[in-house]
Design a protein around this ligand. Structure first.
Ligand code: PAF
Length: 289
């Protein structure tokens, strides 16, 4: 069935992408942008579909950014499948896929990076030092290449979404950052490229993460405002899964991501758990007080 749109195009150079975007803007078209590291799943598709619904032109980038991996993390093993990703992008409604290689993005050893404040030191930043500086650096570069656009990020990576939104505001980047709801498997597991690492036994226990967040939210909704009590409740649920190794559970104000006394207003409950090689993260929002 024809979608009425021209076929998906593919661009590997910054110069080429800028030229295409300049043409689109000269024609008065709005641009939606979905940055990814590839190995796309239904969560990414939901971002592309939202971008499709809100913009004239939709660009997806696929780039496994070495700056956001620490030594010993899964940069080399990070799952990749470009042919399947291009097919997925076409089906989800993208017009153009930007697929630079590392030489194109970082032709010289990187001398200029984005250095984030306290938002990057907590939660995932506490166990992945420098990770969010690497994310912010590549996102700032991608935003600079893209120019004025709306950029779509999943709430599954809530800390990343918070940091990127704040960076765009702090640096007056011409990008509207749009957060989109988490897409889940029927048993509640949030979709993630890293779910590919789970063994059958780990996969069967992984939904405990979502159940822990729901138990935390129920406690908050019942009137609990002590973050430590909520964090302990979530940890106790995760502890029922023998293959789970908790990195953190957290109950924090949604805007600062750092506990500052009793919970009130918009709260985010977050957790990171290792199942073997896979480090899974998830979060939900609730209201306290
Ligand atoms: O969420 C991701 O896939 C990555 O962190 C991003 C935003 C594409 C930057 O490399």
């Amino acid at each position: 069935m024809s979608t009425g749109r021209p076929a998906l195009e593919y661009e590997a150079t910054i110069r080429g992408l800028r030229a295409r975007l300049a043409e689109a803007r000269a024609a008065g078209l709005t641009v939606g942008f979905v940055p990814t590291m590839g190995f796309l799943h239904a969560g990414h598709c939901s971002l592309v579909e939202r971008a499709r619904a809100e913009n004239d032109v939709v660009v997806v980038s696929i780039f496994v950014n070495p700056l956001q991996f620490n030594p010993g993390e899964d940069l080399e093993d990070y799952p990749r499948d470009l042919d399947r990703d291009l097919e997925t992008c076409a089906k989800a409604g993208a017009d153009l896929v930007f697929v630079p290689d590392t030489q194109e993005m970082y032709p010289e050893p990187v001398a200029t990076t984005v250095r984030l404040g306290t938002l990057a030191d907590v939660l995932c930043g506490a166990s992945r030092a420098g990770h969010f500086d690497g994310v912010a650096t590549v996102v700032a570069k991608l935003f600079s290449i893209m120019g004025e656009c709306s950029a779509y990020f999943g709430e599954k990576d809530f800390q990343q979404l918070t940091i990127v939104s704040r960076m765009a505001a702090d640096l007056s980047l011409p990008v509207r950052v749009v957060g989109c709801g988490t897409v889940r498997e029927p048993d509640g597991l949030a979709l993630s490229s890293r779910n590919a690492y789970l063994s059958e036994a780990e996969r069967s226990q992984a939904p405990v993460l979502r159940r822990a967040l729901e138990a935390g939210a129920a406690l908050v909704q019942s009137g609990e405002t002590d973050p430590t009590a909520v964090e302990a409740e979530m940890a106790s649920v995760i502890a029922t899964a023998p293959l789970a190794e908790i990195d953190y559970t957290a109950a924090v104000p949604a805007s600062t991501l750092t506990a500052d006394g009793p919970l009130r207003g918009d709260v985010r409950l977050l957790a990171a758990v290792r199942f073997g090689k896979a480090r899974l993260i998830d979060n939900i929002g609730c209201r306290a007080g």
